[in-house]
Structure formats: structure tokens, C-alpha cells
Design a protein around this ligand. Structure first.
Ligand SMILES: NC(=O)c1ccc[n+]([C@@H]2O[C@H](COP(=O)([O-])OP(=O)(O)OC[C@H]3O[C@@H](n4cnc5c(N)ncnc54)[C@H](OP(=O)(O)O)[C@@H]3O)[C@@H](O)[C@H]2O)c1
Length: 339
């Protein structure tokens, strides 16, 4: 089978399409013939050597796929050869074939395209998990989401629309604001030309917000904490500020790490604040929970509340372009790779 290999840490030119023997499904696993695979920000960071969870290089990354079951391992029940599915895989998704345990594979409706199905798992699970499991989003809440025009950001905006009267503040570059408005963002903010903290304060009459979803990290976590009104909640779920260019920069890394806020239970108690962390990749052993949330998302897809916005579809031999699209911050929504 062919797969997109990260041959070493570096720019998009380190990607290579290589062939290797087809994988064999182990006990309780199915093999999926991949029709579409999601490309995530984390995988671009992995290529840059900035993602601690990535497998040892050289490697094939990829957390999510959609395709057709083409072989069953011993004792794999509940799925059939030929069935259309989506799956969460802990790496190896950017390949023509990948094996996954049955509990992380879900059948998909016949009218959900492979491309859209591959855009659902990581972005929408992250958004859903943060809003509904960790934060318990309530009607009327004020939510600030950074990177709002990215895959997770748009998923957050769509899911916020399922709760009445939620007010959303989304940071993104100005060219992406029209899309943010289409997706229901109440207040798009161009963080490149204005101070988002000042703007949120102005828009909320100085009060701040109830929930900050921050995958920027570093100093932005500190700024987000300052924007919480009492009983506010900040969820840290990424550190994109580390990945400022195509390659690793030690100066940028040091600057961002020194900006990380130091928290104490006393401070949180006295200010009535909650800080949580979410890392989907570290929830792999909770298949029960991930499956339940994925099933809820497929139901929401059925009602039309959830509609992945696919930015572009790239064949494996153009994977470098796909990585550049994310690395240069040009994508609006999801970038998909197809074999
Ligand atoms: N913890 C988890 O389980 C989990 C799961 C999925 C994703 N994440 C994290 O969530 C974040 C968003 O992921 P995504 O898939 O939605 O990304 P994405 O689709 O690639 O969107 C990224 C967009 O964010 C904006 N941005 C703002 N500041 C940025 C910065 N410092 N570096 C890079 N981009 C910046 C850029 O748009 P403009 O600047 O043009 O507005 C960029 O196009 C990433 O940090 C990712 O690692 C975490």
C-alpha cells in the first residue's frame, strides 16, 4: 500500500509517498480501505518536529479516516466487509489502508460522503467534548474561540448554534470573517489588526466571557484567563503559538513557554475560575466516551446542525501542498488527503 511518510523533521519537502506491505488486522480489529483522511494541525506540527505525541520518525501520521471495511481480524464483530465507516486511528491514517479496533470504527450514513466523514472525527469531537462534556455549555453563554475559521473553530461555532442564545466571539484574520458570520459567529475579531482582549471587553461592557477555548497557548492562556467573568472557564487544548513558521525556532519556543501562566488552586478558588485541559489523543483508552460523542455528532449531522466545511482535497502525492495550506494559515475549515 502507499502512504504519506514524514521522512524527517522539516518543511513540507520532507514528505514522501512510499510503498509498504498491506497491514493485517489483529484480533478485534478491522482493516479499512481509506477513501479520505483528515489532515490536522497536530500532524503539521509533527512534521516540524513539534508534536511530542508523534511516533518516532520516519512515520506515517493521521488520526482519522473514512473508507470501506475490507478485512476483519479474529473476533472482530459488529462490522462487515464492504461497510462504509469512519474511524479514529492512532496514527497511520495517511495511508491507503489502516487497521483499527472495532470500538473506534463507526458505520456512516449512505449519504455522508467519505470526504465529509473524514472531516468529522478530530475537529468535531474536540469541539463537542469541550462544549458539552467539559464545559457544559448553557443557553446565553458567551464563548470566545480562537482560530475560529479552522476546523475546530468552525465546529465550535456550529455546535454553539445548537444551544439557544449563545454569543460567540471568534478570532480569525479578516478575510475569513464572512465565513465566520455564515457559521453563526456573533462577533468575528481580526486579531491581526486589533487587540482581541480590548475588543472583547468593549463588546461585553467590560464584563468578559464565560468560556474561552484556547489552542494558541503561552501568553494567550494568560490573556484568556483575564477575560473570564466569575464562574468562567478556560479550556486549553493546543499550543499553536509554538508553530509560527514552517520550521522550529528555539527563540519562539522559549518566549512562548515563559508566557504560560502559573496557576494555584487558591487563585482559582478566590476568582471562581475553572481551567481545564483537553487532549483527544490522550483519551484513546476511553473508546466508550469517544464513541458516544461520535454517535451524537452523527445524529447532529443527520439533523443538519453539523456540516463540515472542507477547505480542499489533496491526493497523497500533493500532501506537501496540503501541509503548506495549513502551515501558511490559508485554510478555512478542513484539509483532506485522498489516496
Ligand atoms: N487537544 C486536542 O484534542 C485537539 C484536537 C484538535 C485540534 N487541536 C488544536 O486546535 C488548534 C486548531 O486546530 P485546527 O485543526 O482547527 O487548525 P486549522 O484548521 O489548521 O486552523 C488554523 C487556523 O488558526 C489560525 N491561527 C491563529 N493563530 C494561529 C497560530 N498562532 N498558529 C497557527 N494558526 C493560527 C489561522 O487562521 P487565521 O490566522 O487566518 O485566522 C489558521 O488558518 C491546533 O492548535 C490544534 O493542535 C487540539
Amino acid at each position: 500500500m502507499r502512504a504519506v511518510w514524514i521522512t524527517k523533521a522539516g518543511g513540507p519537502e520532507v514528505l514522501e509517498v512510499r510503498s509498504s506491505p498491506d497491514p493485517t488486522p489483529g484480533p478485534g480489529e478491522v482493516r479499512i480501505s481509506v477513501r479520505a483522511a483528515g489532515l490536522n494541525f497536530a500532524e503539521v506540527m509533527a512534521r516540524q518536529g513539534l508534536y511530542p505525541d508523534a511516533p518516532k520518525l520516519p512515520c506515517v501520521v493521521g488520526y482519522e479516516v473514512a473508507g470501506v471495511v475490507d478485512a476483519l481480524g479474529e473476533g472482530a464483530t459488529g462490522l462487515e466487509v464492504g461497510q462504509r465507516v469512519l474511524a479514529l486511528v492512532r496514527f497511520g491514517g495517511h495511508a491507503e489502508m489502516v487497521c483499527a479496533p472495532v470500538e473506534r470504527v463507526l458505520p456512516i450514513p449512505h449519504d455522508l460522503s467519505f470526504t465529509d466523514a473524514a472531516a468529522l472525527p478530530v475537529n468535531y469531537l474536540t469541539a463537542f467534548h469541550m462544549l458539552f462534556r467539559v464545559a457544559y455549555l448553557r443557553p446565553g453563554a458567551r464563548v470566545l474561540v480562537h482560530m475560529a475559521a479552522g476546523g475546530v473553530g468552525l465546529a465550535v461555532l456550529q455546535l454553539c448554534r445548537t444551544v439557544p442564545e449563545v454569543v460567540t466571539f471568534g478570532t480569525a484574520s479578516a478575510a475569513k470573517h464572512e465565513v465566520l458570520r455564515e457559521e453563526g459567529c456573533t462577533h468575528p475579531i481580526d486579531y491581526r489588526t486589533e487587540d482581541y482582549v480590548a475588543r472583547v471587553r468593549e463588546l461585553t461592557g467590560g464584563e468578559g466571557v464565560d468560556l474561552v477555548l484556547d489552542a494558541l497557548g503561552g501568553r494567550d492562556w494568560k490573556r484568556g484567563l483575564g477575560l473570564l467573568r466569575p464562574v468562567g472557564h478556560l479550556i486549553a487544548y493546543g499550543f499553536a503559538n509554538l508553530a509560527g513558521g514552517e520550521k522550529r525556532s528555539l527563540r519562539r519556543l522559549a518566549g512562548q513557554f515563559t508566557g504560560v501562566p502559573v496557576l494555584s488552586p487558591f487563585g482559582l478558588m478566590n476568582r471562581n475560575r475553572t481551567v481545564s485541559g483537553v487532549n483527544l489523543g490522550h483519551l484513546w483508552d476511553r473508546s466508550d466516551l469517544l464513541r458516544e460523542e461520535l454517535a451524537a455528532l452523527l445524529d447532529l449531522w443527520g439533523t443538519g446542525a453539523v456540516r463540515p466545511r472542507v477547505d480542499g482535497v489533496y491526493p497523497f502525492d500533493r500532501a506537501a501542498e496540503a501541509h503548506r495550506r495549513i502551515g501558511e494559515r490559508r485554510n478555512v475549515g478542513k484539509v483532506i488527503l485522498v489516496p
